[in-house]
Design a protein around this ligand. Structure first.
Ligand SMILES: Cc1cc2nc3c(=O)[nH]c(=O)nc-3n(C[C@H](O)[C@H](O)[C@H](O)COP(=O)(O)OP(=O)(O)OC[C@H]3O[C@@H](n4cnc5c(N)ncnc54)[C@H](O)[C@@H]3O)c2cc1C
Length: 406
């Protein structure tokens, strides 16, 4: 049934960033509406497997984390945003724990290890220290479930199956058309994710993304005059599943490489640093195939090997159980034979320009998560997107609530 309703804060999108924003806005005292395209569960965030970065290691710091991001971005990230991201990271992890997320911990003689807060930390591509926290290899699922539970326990109003199709300045802020609903709000938070599913379809390529990742909300904001940065820069995940057919487009977690898997060419030789920055590793695979040193899948697609047999079985059981289950279900045991892999479209590096409160260049319109640009510059490190969703989702929620009450 169509509705007219009015809120202090309207959040668009129910991935990790939208949910974090909605929960934070509500806890800051705002009346919150949450409009999303499909069901509340439908998003990229829930598909994230690998993990979330935070500098808990004894040999690590927020400054070191920030330096790694800047380097991986080829000096293009906005350092004001990066310093917030890495400085708030531990706090974000503890907030998620309060909401019920149980990060995987290392144990010594059956007891949580005293190091690094006890977290099991992995090193991801481009990182100078072990920094990736995980919930097995279903980290995004665990985080979005906890955030959904928190949202549903609060007083926010959900509009499922209600895609944003138009928004314009209204009497007291913004008026948005979301599905059949006309929603007024003093402030709006855009958290509708990236566009890699649509672009992959247009290019006839594979993508790791959820079908709702189509980017029209970015277009709507640009048409209103919002500024964006690095929007041309789309990221390939180095390790898309290439074979068997049922695993095509699956993103083989980068943690396989963190736990010892390496990339090999047709001659079973290593041809790149398997834990380099994502764009470098993807390019190395493209180049190797171009040189004729790749292999072909049974349906004629290009690929190289990811030698997962080098992963210690204990590490695989603790940190990669979902990946093992998926491949074994498809008839391949990654601990007994290498996987066939090739880069797939994965992430929109750039997005709407935001300030340190996640406000776009339009007054009262905020953006967080993959739809926003700057935090990763032109090349994101793995594990920093979920972190960005939580850190900037919370900031956007708080700032939008405060502005709405002013
Ligand atoms: C397979 C996979 C694995 C990944 N692994 C990791 C990882 O290990 N670590 C990491 O940090 N990152 C990872 N990422 C990246 C990360 O998960 C995403 O970039 C991040 O979660 C995006 O969150 P978001 O809230 O910005 O967007 P999403 O989670 O994509 O949510 C966007 C929401 O907006 C909704 N929406 C879209 N259009 C509209 C519209 N017109 N109106 C209303 N709602 C709309 C969607 O339905 C959805 O609910 C992975 C991504 C994928 C796809």
């Amino acid at each position: 049934m169509s509705q007219r309703a009015s809120f202090d804060v309207l959040v668009v999108g129910s991935g990790a960033s939208g949910l974090a924003a909605a929960v934070s806005a509500e806890r800051s005292g705002a009346r919150v509406g949450l409009a999303t395209k499909g069901s509340i569960q439908a998003c990229n965030s829930a598909k994230a497997q690998g993990g979330i970065q935070a500098s808990f290691g004894d040999d690590d710091s927020p400054e070191q984390h920030a330096a790694d991001i800047f380097k991986s971005s080829h000096d293009s990230a906005d350092m004001r945003l990066v310093e917030i991201l890495t400085g708030d990271a531990q706090n974000a992890i503890h907030w998620l724990e309060e909401l019920g997320v149980e990060f995987t911990r290392d144990s010594v003689n059956g007891r949580p290890s005293g190091d690094r807060g006890g977290y099991r930390l992995a090193r991801c591509g481009g990182a100078s220290a072990k920094r990736l926290l995980q919930v097995g290899d279903r980290t995004g699922h665990a985080i979005t479930k906890a955030l959904r539970d928190a949202f549903e326990a609060g007083g926010g109003t959900l509009f499922a199956n209600s895609p944003l199709t138009a928004i314009a300045p209204g009497e007291n802020g913004w008026r948005a058309t979301c599905g059949e609903h006309e929603l007024d709000a003093a402030t709006v938070i855009l958290a509708a994710g990236g566009r890699c599913f649509r672009v992959a379809e247009e290019r006839g390529e594979l993508s790791t993304n959820h079908p709702n990742a189509t980017g029209e909300v970015t277009r709507i904001a640009l048409d209103l005059g919002a500024q964006a940065r690095d929007l041309d820069e789309l990221q390939y995940h180095p390790n898309g599943g290439a074979w068997p057919e049922t695993m095509q487009g699956y993103s083989i977690p980068e943690t396989t490489r963190a736990y010892g898997a390496v990339l090999l060419n047709a001659d079973r030789e290593e041809f790149t640093d398997s834990l380099g920055p994502r764009d470098v590793v993807s390019q190395a695979i493209f180049d190797e195939v171009e040189k004729g040193k790749g292999v072909e899948t049974e349906d004629g697609r290009p690929a190289v090997y990811l030698d997962t047999t080098r992963i210690a079985p204990d590490d695989a059981e603790i940190s990669l159980p979902y990946m093992l289950r998926r491949y074994r279900g498809a008839g391949i045991d990654p601990l007994a034979e290498p996987l066939l892999t090739y880069p797939v479209l994965h992430y929109q590096n750039g997005g709407l320009t935001i300030d340190t409160d996640a406000q776009t260049t339009l007054e009262g319109m905020y953006a967080c998560g993959e739809i926003a640009g700057g935090t990763h510059g032109r090349n994101r490190m793995m594990g920093n997107s979920l972190l960005e969703c939580v850190v900037f989702g919370r900031r956007a929620g708080r700032a939008a609530a405060e502005k709405a009450s002013a």
